[in-house]
Each structure stands twice: as C-alpha cells, then as structure tokens.
Design a protein around this ligand. Structure first.
Ligand code: GDD
Ligand code: MN
Length: 351
C-alpha cells in the first residue's frame, strides 16, 4: 500500500488500525510517503513503524507533490500488487478486498475505486465546484485515454507491481493525478475494472487541492494529447506565455492614453513580469524562488527573454528572406523565441 501524506498526523494511526482490521489474513505492508510535513506526520509514522514491522516511512525532503510521492512509494515496494490510498480516511479501505479478489482472479490489470460523481449524495466529500471540475476532466480524459471511465481522476486504485514498474519511467512526477497518467500512458494497454464507492468527507486535516492542481492537470492532459512531444512543464510555460498576451493587451488598452509606444512598453513589461511570477509558482512549483532570489531570478529572466526577442526577430527575418509569407515567418520567429526562453530560463533561472 502506498499512502501519500502531507499534514495527516492525526489520520495515520486510525488508518493503520482500519487496514489491520480489514486486511485480516492478507500479507501486506504500507509505505507512508511524507513530504516533510510541517506537522511532522513522518514522526508519527516512525513511531508506529517501531511497533509494527508492516509500516514503513519514506520521508522526502525538498520535494513536494502527490504524483511524485506516489511514484516513489510504489517504486519502493516489492509486493506482487500495489495499491494507492489516501491517508485522510476519505477512501473506503474495505474496497481493498474486492480489488484484491479481482486482480487475483486475473480479471483485470488495474482496479480503481470510482466516486459516483453522478450521485451528489455519494460524493459528499467533494464541493459542487470540484464535482463539476471532475466531470469536465472526465470528458477530456475519456478522449485522451480512449476509455470511458466514470472517475479517472480517482486517487484510489490497485494494480500489478510489474505493470507499474514498466510504466514508471514514462510517468510525470508532477501534479496530482497519477492514475490519469497511468491510464493515458498505457494507451488502453491495461484491463481496468471500476468499483464504485462513497467518497466520505474528511474528519481531520484539510484538502491540498487548489487552483494549481487544476493548472497541473491541464498541462498534463495537453502533454498527453501532444503524445509527449511537449513535457507538462513546457506546456505550462506555453500556457503562461499565452496568458501574457492577454495581460499585454489589457494593460495596453488601459494605458493607450499615454500614446501607443509607451502603452506597448508598459504592456510588454507587465506581461514579462506576470509571466515570470506565474512560471515561478506554476511551472516551477517546488523550486519557486522567494525573497531576494525572486528578484535575482527576475533580472536573469528579463535578460534571457531579451535575448529570446533578438533570436525571434533574427529567425523571422531569416525565414522571411527565403520568401516565406510574413505571418508564417513571424510565427517561426515566435517559436524560436519561445523555445529559447523556455530552455534557457529552465536551467539559468530555475535549474
Ligand atoms: N506526500 C504528499 N505530497 N502527499 C500529498 C501531497 C503532497 O504534495 N498533496 C496531497 N497529499 C496527500 C494527502 O495528505 C492525502 O493523503 C492525499 O494525498 C489526498 O490529498 P487531499 O488533499 O486529501 O486530496 P482531495 O481529497 O482533495 O482529493 C481527492 O480527489 C482527487 C481527485 O479529484 C483524492 O482522492 C485524490 O487522490 C484525488 O486525485
Ligand atoms: Mn482527501
């Protein structure tokens, strides 16, 4: 069992007790993967591990992220089967028994627990906003994974360890949606069974789901649609760039009274700043710069983007001189500039 935790101190022992009760007669072990929680969840896990040899603690420092935590936990286990379950008791652990039975009978390669999104009463643990979001994401997911599953964003599933090991190098450690990634990456290669369950509200602690999770999911889905041509990080950088166009135009519109050239300058400067700040929190979450380093990174970002602008104009001029239409030449220049901005800032600013 892989159990990702972040500030779940009070849920650790109750979960262990529930697993103990439910999995009588099954040989199991659980690895709690804790991202150095401020509430010191890992300490509580260590305390339990000292008295219960089935419990293991993997404390990660300097890293944050649900998908990556699940990946490392799953890669550290050596059973025939691996299950992922939330630590907060929102997942009904009794479902592990039918999951196990289905895999043992060879009926499937992966069994997932699906929240019944169509029945509001069955997902009391989800806000209306989250429920709507899940539905939209489900449609997109059905398209990317070429399967019609009722809850591909579920965080509760069991699969063969060997299958996980095979897929692991192609999975993205960023983001929240490891099951989605597994389904999208296997491209219909896994036989999947869904078991419905009731997603109960949290008792202790709070959810880590936020707007950034939505952004991460969008980047991962687009990356999969591009068949991995663009990494989720490159997609995110691109999305931030597109947002910059809107910022630029909005600022220009508001400042046109100062004259076109000044408005263009203000628009470009604001867009560059918002691009930098958004990339810092979204694209490079986990390595975000803060304090004085935020300012230093900004200087580098601006300098590199200025070079990117020169590369953009240079490339566009070159392509144009070959007789290519002006708009295609401009687009080629933009692609060169964006690629430069992404690759150079990835190492120089956030490396
Ligand atoms: N190690 C680690 N690092 N664990 C994390 C992190 C992280 O950055 N973020 C969240 N977790 C842990 C939580 O401590 C919890 O055990 C589990 O992952 C799920 O996090 P929640 O914050 O409780 O998520 P939720 O209940 O809002 O979201 C549920 O729905 C999602 C789909 O919409 C969960 O079932 C998710 O697994 C699921 O993907
Ligand atoms: Mn939860």
């Amino acid at each position: 069992m892989v159990i990702p935790t972040f500030n779940e101190r009070r849920n650790v022992q109750p979960l262990r007790d529930r697993l103990d009760r439910t999995l009588q007669g099954v040989s199991w072990q659980a690895v709690f993967v804790d991202d150095d929680s401020p509430d010191r969840t890992w300490e509580e896990v260590r305390r339990l591990a000292a008295e219960d040899p089935r419990i293991h603690c993997l404390r990660r420092v300097g890293r944050r992220g649900l998908a990556g935590a699940v990946m490392e936990g799953a890669l550290s286990s050596s059973g025939a089967l691996v299950a992922v379950i939330d630590a907060d008791l929102q997942h009904d652990e009794q479902l592990l028994i039918p999951m196990l039975a289905a895999l043992r009978k060879g009926e499937a390669d992966l069994v997932m627990a699906s929240r019944r999104l169509d029945q509001p009463g069955e997902t009391a643990g989800l806000s209306p906003f989250r429920r709507a979001l899940s539905r939209i994401a489900n449609r997109a997911t059905a398209w990317v994974t070429k399967r019609d599953l009722s809850d591909p964003l579920s965080g509760f599933f069991m699969m063969r360890q060997a299958e996980f090991d095979r897929l692991a190098p192609k999975l993205s450690p960023r983001g929240f949606k490891i099951l989605f990634d597994i389904l999208a990456t296997s491209r219909g290669g896994l036989r999947v069974i869904e078991l419905p369950f009731t997603f109960t509200p949290r008792v202790a602690g709070e959810s880590k789901f936020d707007q950034r999770v939505v952004a991460d999911y969008t980047a991962l889905a687009l990356s999969k649609i591009s068949r991995d041509l663009f990494s989720p990080r490159a997609v995110m950088f691109g999305l931030v760039g597109v947002s910059g166009i809107f910022v630029h135009l909005a600022v220009m519109r508001a400042t046109l009274g100062f004259g076109f050239t000044l408005a263009q300058l203000l628009g470009a400067a604001t867009a560059m700043t918002s691009n930098y700040l958004l990339n810092n929190v979204l694209t490079y979450r986990g390595r975000s710069r803060t304090g004085w380093r935020l300012l230093g990174g900004y200087m580098k970002f601006v300098a590199l983007c200025a070079l990117g602008l020169a590369a953009n104009v240079g490339a566009a001029t070159l392509v144009r001189s070959l007789g290519v239409p002006w708009w295609a030449s401009a687009a080629a220049g933009a692609v060169v500039g964006a690629a430069w901005n992404f690759l150079s800032t990835a190492t120089a600013v956030w490396g």
